[in-house]
Design a protein around this ligand. Structure first.
Ligand code: TYD
Ligand code: MG
Length: 450
C-alpha cells in the first residue's frame, strides 16, 4: 500500500516543505515545522468571482459613507475610518493583551447599529457575560455563541443573519472538511478561507482574533495575513497599562495608523491625546532624557527617549534597546563614535522608549543620538526642546516626512525649541513661540543643545 503523503508546514509563516527542516527557510524561525495531512486547495478566489461582464471603472459606485463606525474612535482610526462592509479583519496579539476585551467593547457599540454575533470558542458564554458586565456591555442586539465547529457557526449565522461577526479565536475553531487538528496551519487557513467567502458573499464584516504564538503546534496569525483585508496588531508591555493597536495591512486605509488605549478596571479606555500621557512621568532636567516628535500614521506623538551610557565591566559592552531596533541603535553608536568623535563604543549602552511604545521610523535617530550623548557627557538637554531627523552614515541629518505636524504637536504641548533637519526648514512656518533650529550634521545638533 502506498504511504500516505504528508507535508510539513511552518506554524509561523505557513511555508510548506515535503520534508522536515529544523529552520524554516522562509521566516528563519527554528523548530516551527509540523507534520500535517496535505489539503486539497479549495480555490477561494474562484468562489468569490461572481459571473458577470467587465464593468467600467467609472460606473462602479463606491461610497465612503458605507463604512460603519465602531463608536470607538481609536479603533475606527486604525481601521482607516470605520469598518468596510464585507471586510475580514484580523486582530492579532499576545495572549492576555486585551484582544477579547477590545472586541467585546467594539461589538457592544456595533450592536447599537445592527445585530452582532460574538462567537467565543475559548471561553464559555458565562465567562464572556461576566466580563461584559464588568465592561458595562448592555445591548439587546449582541448575541454570544460558544461554539468551535465552523459548520455549526455557519448554520447559526444563516439563522440569525447578523450584521457583524467576531470569531474569538480563529485558532480554536475547526472545520470537519479537513482532518488536521484545530490550530494547525491547514485548519486555520481553511476556516479563514470559508469565513472570507462568507464575509464577501454576504457583506458581513468579520473580525478574527489570532493569538501570536511563540512556538509549538499552533499556527500564528502571520499565516493568515495575506488572506485577510486588514491586519491589526494589539501590542503593549504587560507591565504597562498602555496598549497600541497598529494596522500592519489595510486594503481600505493607510497602514501605520495607531490607536492608543489604556487598560483599566472597566476595560480599555481610549487615549485621544497620547503625547500628554507618554510625557506625564518624564524626569525633567536629567541627563539621557530627550523628547522626540514621532509620527505614527497621520498622528504625531511625542515620546520620551531615555539613554544610559555607563562604563562596561566586561570585555564585550552590552547593548540593550527597548522600543527601538537594536541594529539601528548599533549604527547610531558607530556614527557617534566615528563621525561625532564621542568615544562611547566601549561603554554599556541602554536605550528605552518610555511608556512601552515602539518607534520604527528613522526620524527618531537624532533624538536617540542626543539622548546617548546627553547620558555619556552627563549634560542635560533643555526640557523644552525636541529633536527629530534621520541620521545618515556620515553623520548628516536628513529630511523626514511631515515636519510641520511634528513641530505643531510639540508647540501644542508647550515646547519652545525644535532641532530639525535644515532641509525640512523650507516652507515651514514656525508656530508662535517656537524656535526652529535647522542642522546639517549630528555634531551641529549636539552643539545646538549642549
Ligand atoms: P483579554 O481581553 O482576555 O486578552 P486576550 O483576549 O488578548 O487574551 O484581556 C486579559 C487581560 O486584561 C487580563 O490580564 C486582565 C485584563 N483586564 C483588565 O485589566 N480590565 C478589564 O476590565 C478586563 C476585561 C481585562
Ligand atoms: Mg481572549
Amino acid at each position: 500500500m502506498a504511504r500516505k503523503k504528508t507535508v510539513f508546514s511552518c506554524t509561523q509563516c505557513g511555508f510548506q516543505s515535503p520534508k522536515w527542516l529544523g529552520k524554516c527557510p522562509d521566516c528563519n524561525q527554528w523548530n516551527t515545522l509540523i507534520e500535517e495531512q496535505p489539503v486539497e486547495q479549495t480555490n477561494h478566489s474562484r468562489a468569490l468571482a461572481a459571473p458577470g461582464k467587465p464593468q467600467k471603472f467609472s460606473e462602479i459606485t463606491s461610497r465612503e459613507e458605507d463604512r460603519l463606525r465602531c463608536g470607538i474612535g481609536e479603533l475606527d482610526r486604525t481601521l482607516g475610518g470605520g469598518v468596510v462592509p464585507g471586510s475580514l479583519i484580523l486582530v492579532g496579539g499576545d495572549p492576555g493583551i486585551g484582544k477579547s476585551t477590545l472586541l467585546l467593547q467594539a461589538t457592544d457599540q456595533l450592536a447599537k447599529q445592527g445585530t452582532a454575533l460574538y462567537v467565543t470558542a475559548e471561553e464559555s458564554a458565562r465567562q464572556v457575560k461576566l466580563r461584559g458586565e464588568r465592561l458595562g456591555v448592555n445591548t439587546d442586539n449582541l448575541y454570544l455563541l460558544a461554539e468551535t465547529s465552523l459548520e455549526q457557526i455557519k448554520a447559526r449565522i444563516k439563522e440569525l443573519k447578523p450584521d457583524f461577526l467576531v470569531i474569538d479565536s480563529i485558532q480554536t475553531i475547526f472545520t470537519s472538511s479537513i482532518e488536521s487538528a484545530p490550530g494547525s496551519v491547514s485548519q486555520v487557513r481553511e476556516c479563514t478561507g470559508q469565513l472570507m467567502i462568507q464575509a464577501k458573499g454576504d457583506g458581513l464584516p468579520t473580525f478574527l482574533v489570532g493569538h501570536v504564538t511563540k512556538d509549538g503546534a499552533i499556527a500564528g496569525p502571520r499565516v493568515l495575513e495575506h488572506m485577510v483585508d486588514t491586519v491589526l496588531y494589539f501590542e503593549g508591555d504587560p507591565g504597562h497599562p498602555y496598549r497600541i493597536l497598529r494596522a500592519v495591512k489595510n486594503r481600505f486605509g493607510s497602514t501605520n495608523e495607531i490607536g492608543v488605549f489604556e487598560m483599566q478596571e472597566q476595560g480599555l479606555r481610549e487615549v485621544s491625546n497620547p503625547s500628554e500621557l507618554f510625557l506625564a512621568e518624564r524626569p525633567e532636567k536629567s541627563a539621557g532624557s530627550v523628547v522626540v516628535p514621532s509620527l505614527e500614521g497621520s498622528r504625531p506623538i511625542l515620546v520620551e527617549l531615555q539613554a544610559l551610557v555607563s562604563s562596561s565591566s566586561f570585555g564585550t559592552p552590552q547593548r540593550t534597546a527597548i522600543g527601538l531596533d537594536h541594529k539601528r541603535v548599533g549604527l547610531l553608536v558607530a556614527i557617534l563614535e566615528k563621525k561625532v568623535e564621542l568615544s562611547i563604543a566601549g561603554q554599556d549602552i541602554f536605550l528605552n522608549v518610555a511608556g512601552g511604545v515602539r518607534l520604527d521610523e528613522p526620524a527618531v535617530d537624532l533624538g536617540a543620538i542626543a539622548a546617548l550623548a546627553s547620558s555619556h557627557l552627563n549634560k542635560v538637554v533643555d526640557p523644552q526642546t525636541v529633536l527629530f531627523g534621520e541620521v545618515g552614515l556620515t553623520g548628516e541629518v536628513r529630511a523626514v516626512s511631515q515636519p510641520e505636524l511634528r513641530v505643531k504637536e510639540a508647540s501644542r504641548l508647550g515646547f519652545n525649541r525644535c532641532v530639525l533637519p535644515q532641509s525640512s526648514l523650507k516652507n515651514l512656518d514656525a508656530p508662535k513661540g517656537m524656535q526652529l533650529i535647522g542642522v546639517r550634521h549630528a555634531s551641529e545638533a549636539l552643539d545646538a543643545i549642549f
